[in-house]
Design a protein around this ligand. Structure first.
Ligand code: ADP
Ligand code: MG
Length: 291
């Protein structure tokens, strides 16, 4: 099936994942994510965030339920088809960067293009372009150990962007970074969405993401939570933003009704209005962060 421009980028339908040993990491998750969204998945450790990201990124298969990427049912694909899909449509960013230590920043990006079959000329052009986008042109020939954590993560983002994916999956991308650097990484993710038209799903423990993401989705014990997330309750501004429980839910009865009134949107997520297109991301002026 061919992708259509109006297909959601990712659609999860009734996803349950039971790991070896019987751990039910996800339980009946339904989630649809559109183009150019920055979606944050939050929740305590062990709540199923990585499992959800791995299933959306086709690195793991659901025990039951279906995954669609740009309208294609990936649950029905062979491993070879999934490999092709991952090379061309998906990009991955990990907490510990995952760069090849003996290769320079440039080579780490270029190899992703090489694996996807890009020509020499395309490889050079695109590798320079994405390194420039993440503000690392001048560090292109440094190896990972010569770069700070924030710089290494920027290389990883450049690598994830190299093949012009539709979707980038970032599992705790700021988990090993200080808060200033983490903030810069989230700014950069916003910026690459605006420039490249990608969709990004990130898991995080980082409250900073509340300022940046259009949607924050909370997982607990493998289930998407309904109602405001704990972050929303904490932040007046966020609570003031879009979704509010209908008056009737708070009047009289303590518990919310089992199904929302039909004219209300489902309360599982909230959306921040898309941010205005901003000035492009500028890498920090400081010469070098500590390793
Ligand atoms: P999070 O990323 O939110 O910390 P995970 O998705 O890693 O959560 O894990 C969810 C649950 O599934 C946890 O109880 C974890 O121990 C379990 N789990 C994750 N991966 C595996 C695995 N490969 N084998 C067995 N259990 C797993
Ligand atoms: Mg995890």
């Amino acid at each position: 099936m061919k992708a259509h421009a109006d297909d959601p980028v990712v659609c999860l339908r009734g996803i349950t994942r039971i790991h070896a040993g019987g751990v039910r990491a996800l339980d009946g998750v339904d989630l649809t994510i559109g183009r150019e969204e920055l979606v944050a998945i939050i929740g305590p450790s062990g709540s199923g965030k990585s499992t959800l990201l791995n299933i959306a990124g086709t690195l793991d298969r659901a025990t039951s339920g279906q995954v669609f990427i740009e309208g294609q049912n990936v649950s029905a694909m062979t491993d070879a088809q999934l490999t092709e899909l991952r090379r061309h449509k998906l990009g991955f960013v990990f907490q510990s960067f995952g760069l090849l230590p003996l290769l320079s920043a440039y080579e780490n990006v270029e190899i992703a293009l090489r694996i996807a079959g890009a020509s020499i000329r395309e490889r050079g052009q695109r590798a320079r372009e994405v390194l420039d986008m993440v503000g690392l042109s001048r560090r292109a020939h440094h190896r990972p150990y010569e770069l700070s954590g924030g710089e290494q993560q920027r290389v990883a983002i450049a690598r994830a962007l190299a093949n012009r994916p539709s979707l980038i999956l970032a599992d705790e991308p700021t988990g090993e970074l200080d808060s200033t650097t983490a903030n810069q990484i989230f700014d950069l993710l916003q910026d690459v969405i605006a420039r490249e038209g990608v969709t990004i799903i990130t898991t995080t423990h980082d409250r900073l993401v509340m300022e940046k993401a259009q949607r924050v989705i909370e997982l607990a014990d493998g289930e998407l939570q309904t109602g405001p997330t704990y972050f929303e309750r904490d932040r007046k501004e966020a609570v003031a933003v879009p979704w509010r429980p209908p008056e009737s839910w708070n009047a009289g009865a303590r518990a919310a009704p089992s199904t929302p009134p039909p004219d209300e949107p489902p309360p599982q997520t909230w959306r921040r209005p898309a941010p205005e297109r901003k000035v492009p991301y500028h890498p920090p002026a400081s010469p070098r962060e500590p390793l």
